[in-house]
Design a protein around this ligand. Structure first.
Ligand code: NDP
Ligand code: NDP
Length: 296
């Protein structure tokens, strides 16, 4: 959700009854501070900050979180041992995002309060093992004692119901909120998400950091390079720098990196975050009722 989940989306989600998260991966420290302060003004409900641990100014980001008295942190893409104890000492709830059972156990051992288990369907950075949400959630549920939040492929109330049936205690939803009025991503990217069909995304660049993205011109260029058996340096060169910003924030749909989940094929409109949440809950309840009336 880099370049997408700023204070406007996070506060709108929190105001509508979800837990809004500011995606700090794309924010310089001062920009993050600004987003936290604006979010506090825009909602009196809880919200959190997601920190990819690959981020260059990690230490500075952690200090801002503490100074600004953020209560909830979601860490991802790194070792949960590094900051969990420190953040918890400061009274912060820590949730870690994982893509496999092995990492879920590692996160539990590190003392996190909950894990997000995110399957192969998810957009953006993803695990190497390609475990789907349907397989991952029950496997993690069997082995961990802490609350489990499911992610990857969830954009409807029916999907929410399905992962809760598999053992999840809650859900984390990204892609559906890209196509929201409040998302800070470029309007042309939002329209491309709405137009996306089944099969329009692919998990690629596994030798660098595996990432699921839309099959635009940049993706076709990467695929053409793969057909020649590229070196790691050639892959790094073609990716270059700031591709995600170029695509998702600046709206360069040809040359930018457009990160989104498989479930984009099920997203057909751009609407306010509060309407997305209302629709999700209504669909969840309708699905629950449908299941109750299912005769076996
Ligand atoms: P916008 O880019 O939409 O607008 C900037 C904000 O600055 C406005 O919300 C407004 O705040 C204030 N502002 C605008 N024009 C002026 C002005 N002429 N004088 C004084 N203040 C002004 O940003 P966001 O609020 O959504 O984001 C703030 C910053 O974060 C921007 O620098 C933006 O580029 C960046 N950003 C980064 C993201 C990322 O992922 N890295 C995602 C989204 C934004 P107000 O309405 O409160 O007065
Ligand atoms: P690149 O190395 O290609 O470019 C860095 C981008 O991040 C630039 O657009 C830059 O903005 C912005 N940025 C924000 N803060 C900093 C900083 N302190 N130092 C340098 N650049 C900064 O990275 P990506 O765009 O691929 O990824 C950016 C971040 O997002 C990384 O931390 C990465 O781990 C994370 N990420 C997380 C994903 C997820 O799914 N969790 C998916 C993809 C990325 P500018 O151009 O204005 O200088």
């Amino acid at each position: 959700m880099i370049w997408t989940s700023g204070w406007k989306l996070a506060s709108a989600v929190s105001n509508a009854g979800g837990l809004g998260l500011i995606g700090s991966g794309s924010m310089y420290p001062d920009v993050l501070r600004e987003h936290i302060q604006k979010c506090k003004k825009a909602t009196d409900k809880p919200f959190g900050v997601n920190i990819p641990m690959l981020y260059p100014n990690l230490e500075e980001i952690i200090q801002i979180i503490i100074e600004e008295e953020v209560k909830i942190v979601f860490t991802s893409a790194g070792n949960p041992k590094t900051y969990t104890a420190y953040l918890k000492e400061k009274g912060i709830t820590v949730v870690h995002v994982v893509s496999s059972l092995k990492f879920a156990l590692k996160a539990q051992n590190a003392g996190v309060d909950a894990v997000v288990a995110e399957g192969f369907e998810a957009g953006g950075h993803n695990g190497r093992d390609e475990t789907t949400t349907l397989a991952l959630i029950p496997m993690v549920k069997d082995e961990i004692r802490i609350p489990l939040i499911a992610a990857g492929g969830i954009a409807t109330g029916a999907a929410m119901f399905a992962v809760m049936a598999l053992g999840a205690d809650g859900v984390q939803i990204g892609s559906r909120f890209v196509a929201s009025d409040e998302a800070s991503s470029h309007i042309d990217f939002k329209h491309m998400v709405v137009d996306a069909k089944e099969g329009d995304t692919h998990l690629t660049l596994k030798e660098l950091a595996p990432v699921r993205l839309l099959k635009n011109k940049f993706y076709q260029d990467v695929s053409a390079l793969y057909s020649k058996g590229p070196t790691i340096d050639e892959l790094k060169n073609i990716l270059g720098r700031a591709r995600a910003k170029r695509g998702m924030f600046e709206g360069d749909l040809d040359e930018g990196e457009l990160e989104i989940g498989q479930v984009s094929g099920l997203i057909h409109d751009i609407k306010p975050a509060a309407v997305i949440i209302k629709d999700l809950i209504e669909e969840y309840i309708a699905t629950k009722n449908r299941m109750q009336h299912l005769s076996i």
